[in-house]
Design a protein around this ligand. Structure first.
Ligand code: DC
Length: 209
């Protein structure tokens, strides 16, 4: 059976949590596409220099290994910003396209989360959900995760970081972050994790019937 669930939305809106829970509920595979861009971003940072050469970034994107995706430094704010920068490069997106498209149509069903899954990677996905939440709630949630390893980090710093990333992701020319016309909008600002997950599950269950 082929069945794709496309989950898009801005940083820290709850996409990852919802995607993992949905994948577990239905026995689907799960791909966090942000980790692909994060892995490229981190490698680019390692090569050094503030200037990122798109050709180098695209070559790295075409040669990602499982070890690159399993690194434990992909979730930092620095990796997020680097990811957002390489993600604006058309050659990097092109290098990651086939892998994501193939993953989306694998047997047994797949959940992919990102920014352009419902619009570019999988415009024919059986279910599309665009997850949002207020900037303040997103910053508070992300701060809670990050402060464990960065005790001096403030919510304001996280908010500034998220806003910069969202602006870059939404305003780039290639595959900008946006809701597909036929996506269900799921605003998690006033929802618990469980409520948000249950809403997503209900939509998918209805489509599977
Ligand atoms: O979902 P995330 O925060 O891990 O994503 C990191 C960055 O990668 C995000 O700021 C934009 C980019 N990205 C993208 O452009 N397209 C995707 N499908 C997923 C992530």
């Amino acid at each position: 059976m082929k069945f794709t669930v496309a989950i898009d939305g801005p940083a820290a809106a709850g996409k990852g949590t919802i995607s993992r829970a949905v994948a577990e509920e239905f026995g689907f595979s799960y791909l966090d596409t942000g980790s692909l861009y994060r892995a490229v971003g981190v490698k680019v940072l390692e090569i050094g220099g503030g200037v990122i050469d798109p050709a180098v970034a695209a070559r790295l994107a075409g040669n990602l290994s499982q070890a690159d995706l399993d690194r434990d430094d992909l979730r930092t704010a620095m990796a997020g910003q680097a990811a957002s920068k390489v993600a604006a490069m058309p050659a990097v997106r092109a290098a990651l396209l086939d892998f994501q498209k193939t993953y989306a149509r694998r047997d047994g069903g797949a959940v992919l989360d990102g920014r352009d899954i419902g619009t570019v990677i999988c415009p024919d996905a059986e279910v599309k959900i665009y997850v949002t939440a207020s900037d303040e709630i997103r910053a508070a949630r992300r701060h809670k995760e990050l402060v464990v390893t960065m005790p001096d980090l403030t919510v304001e710093q996280v908010l500034t970081d998220l806003e910069a990333r969202d602006a870059r992701d939404a305003n780039r020319d290639t595959a900008p972050m946006k809701a597909a016309d036929d996506a269900l909008l799921l605003d998690t600002t006033a929802l618990s994790i469980d409520e948000a997950v249950q809403q997503a599950i209900a939509v998918i269950r209805a489509r599977l019937k």
